[in-house]
Design a protein around this ligand. Sequence first.
Ligand code: NAP
Length: 315
Amino acid sequence: MLVILTVIGALVVVKYVVWLLWNPAVFLCRTIQELVSRKTFVEKYGSWAVVTGSTDGIGKHYAMELARRGVNIVLISRNPQKLGNVATEIESSYNVKTRIIVADFTQGTEIYTHIEQELQDIPVGILVNNVGMATEHPTRFCSESLQRKLELMRVNTMAVTAMTRLLLPAMLNRRCGAVVNVASAAGAVDCLPHAAVYAATKAYICHLTASIQGEYARSGVHIQTLTPFFVSSNMTAFSDALHRGNLFVPSARVYARHAVATLGKLTNTSGYWTHGLQMVLLQTLPVWLQTKVVSVFTYFIMIDYKRTQRINDEK
Ligand SMILES: NC(=O)c1ccc[n+]([C@@H]2O[C@H](COP(=O)([O-])OP(=O)(O)OC[C@H]3O[C@@H](n4cnc5c(N)ncnc54)[C@H](OP(=O)(O)O)[C@@H]3O)[C@@H](O)[C@H]2O)c1
């Protein structure tokens, strides 16, 4: 009996250690492969990338990081002036070309016809489905309007689905390319009270991407899910503590630099090392405890949101 229990215990420990070290080991091996092959992103994936939601935050800095590696960028966002500014910033910083497409992802299917027309003559090698919308601050399901929930669902689920359907076929034909779907740790945990619709849409992205990864595993196209925890950006500006950033809440620039470094190496990653640690810790917990931890955390975020609001009102 003791022997059986020892064997079971040993198997559990081995499984846990393998699970824990899998991503770091794969990352290390692929980094060595990359150094040996000396292939640039352009050689690996193609000369153009499309980044949605690229006028601010993670999307903007992801686009800048790809441009730094010599990739031409198509920026898609809703604000023409901000798009122009980011395009100028990229072209003046790096020796690449840019294109801009104005599209509001809260709108219906007509925007995808427009995007398809604009992208007709561009061989897109990398698609970064980054655009996303969150609840303005953590709030209960019934405290937020239906209109906002429907917009959030369109931006977070329709955009990633439509853009992937639009651009993946050409990558499959060329047998090279990359699709990066920016989900969130919110979609990787079992539930997220006070951000229900956001978390549900991000879980959609995780599932969608995992399924597509399965379908096209040997296609030559790298399909990646990014599941960041908090990043300091406009999306987290509702909380002073989050917006200030810290070791666990990197700036969008720092986050994007690390996330781009995982492209082609990891298929599912939180994209930043301290986020990886948080993910491991959370996923180690039993679901009931994970739910409690997440609930307590959102409670403190809500308190900080109210404090931030008070400070802003007093200014
Ligand atoms: N920040 C975090 O803590 C965090 C954590 C996990 C996952 N994520 C995910 O990371 C992605 C980027 O987040 P972020 O923090 O960088 O957000 P952000 O700073 O708010 O930037 C969002 C970008 O998307 C654009 N955008 C927003 N709504 C749009 C719409 N309806 N149509 C077209 N463009 C639109 C914004 O354009 P404007 O410049 O016009 O606003 C901006 O360029 C999102 O998918 C988000 O869910 C973020």
